[in-house]
Design a binder for this molecule. Structure first.
Ligand code: APR
Ligand code: PHB
Length: 397
């Protein structure tokens, strides 16, 4: 393999998911140079199916970053959601309880497509299909990232590295064990998710607690629906033919209102593990972790992408202060500041998950506590407001 001349940038960004791409965009606006390195192909990154609920703060950030036009045209504004249990639906009026606009349903891969298109329009470096990414000299003022691309060894010299490479990336592993703490929970279930080309059977999302397990009815557009079913952690897709999925969705989402779920061609099917994970601190020397590289939430609270967006807003502002005013306070405080929001989302996602799923080890006592909690959230305005504030992502830590 040949070795090319070292390249130089201010911030090396590892990973082109929402965290890395949005950070690159925010840095561009602040006049800070960056190079984004992504292991997968553009096509893969743009198709990867993930969650799709945007908090208002994320929506505003995307708009301000000049990448909100398609989201504003195609995103679905939701002013409420429904909790369903014991065969009854209960609406949580998110917008009314928080005096805000609610949330926007817009797929994560659409956000990723918009950010990639913007980067490419700006003609700024975003390298796909890079291999063997390794981080070096993170304790110095001039770290380096080495990688391979098109049969060449390459080196990127920079001032800072942003580790935005998700849960399975290399960045987190570059933090020495003695310098970090991990806090984690595994859940005794997973989600089976499908995307189907069929009109949603509901206008707002339905989160259902049922004796067979949790179910969620979400959507992507007036003609595309997204569903999830609680399943065993080691479930095999072969045991979930489409007919069984539709049957189970109809059962778990059924109610006294006679809701019936329209079935249609299944475009995608997959299993998502459920875990909570936080690495502290989110910084080591000149390496700053953001998004799934630093933390994971179970998807029940729809927080994953919003947290990634919140992290990089804090990081971009800190880097802006560093370059514009030689002020390092934001960088020094990055981890503490980001972690306050991370832990609020960790708690909320754990709480929603605990409230809405069937736990294999639950006895009658635990089941009754769960139902009582659900009834309380749906009948007390302050309790519903707790859910609403967290769901829409108000700045409360
Ligand atoms: N080198 C370069 N890129 C890498 C490497 C590597 N060694 N390892 C992983 N990547 C890339 C992945 O291919 C992916 O495109 O890093 C990117 C990380 O993106 P995401 O996993 O989407 O993570 P993040 O940007 O933090 O976004 C968090 O994604 O998983 C969801 O629910 C989560 O919605 C949340 C969001
Ligand atoms: C989704 O639409 O994919 C979705 C919505 C809400 C969640 C999780 C996923 O809580």
């Amino acid at each position: 393999m040949t070795t090319s001349e070292p390249e130089r940038t201010q911030v090396a960004i590892v990973g082109a998911g929402p965290a890395g791409l949005l950070l690159a965009r925010l840095l561009e606006a602040a006049g800070i140079s960056s190079v984004v390195l992504e292991a997968r192909t553009r096509d893969y990154v743009e198709r990867r199916l993930r969650a799709g609920v945007l908090e208002q703060g994320t929506v505003n950030c995307l708009r301000e970053a000049g990448v909100g036009d398609r989201m504003d045209r195609e995103g679905l504004v939701h002013t409420g959601l429904e909790l369903r249990f014991e065969g009854e639906g209960h609406r949580i009026p998110l917008a009314e309880l928080t005096n805000g606009p609610g949330v926007v349903v817009y797929g994560q891969q659409e956000v990723v497509k918009d950010l990639i298109a913007a980067r490419s329009d700006s003609g700024l470096p975003l390298h796909f299909e890079v291999e063997d990414v390794a981080l070096h000299d993170l304790d110095s003022d001039s770290p380096r990232v080495t990688y391979a691309q098109d049969g060449e060894h390459r080196e990127l010299r920079c001032d800072f590295v942003a580790g935005c490479d998700g849960f399975h990336g290399v960045s987190r592993a570059s933090v020495p064990e003695r310098s970090r703490q991990i806090y984690a929970r595994e859940y005794p279930f997973a989600w089976l998710g499908i995307l189907a080309s069929v009109a949603p059977s509901t206008e707002e999302l339905i989160y259902a607690y049922h004796e067979h397990g949790f179910a969620l009815h979400s959507m992507r557009s007036p003609t595309v629906s997204r569903f999830y079913l609680q399943c065993e952690p080691g479930a095999d897709l072969a045991d979930w033919p489409d007919e069984r999925i539709w049957e189970e969705l109809n059962l778990r989402l059924s109610g006294s209102d006679g809701l019936s779920i329209h079935s249609g061609p299944v475009i995608e099917k997959g299993i998502t593990p459920m875990r909570s994970f936080v690495l502290e601190p989110m910084q080591h020397g000149r390496l700053f972790l953001a998004g799934d590289a630093a933390h994971i939430v179970p998807p029940t609270g729809a927080k994953g992408m919003n947290l990634a967006a919140a992290d990089v807003q804090v990081l971009a502002a800190a880097l802006g202060d560093f370059y514009a005013h030689a002020d390092e306070a934001g960088l020094t405080g990055y981890s503490d500041k980001a972690l306050r929001r991370v832990w609020r989302a960790e708690h909320f996602s754990w709480w929603m998950t605990s409230m809405l799923h069937r736990f294999p080890d639950h006895d009658g006592f635990a089941d009754r506590l769960q139902l009582s909690q659900l009834r309380y959230v749906c009948s007390s305005r302050p309790a519903a407001t707790v859910l609403a504030e967290n769901y829409v992502g108000l700045e409360v830590t």
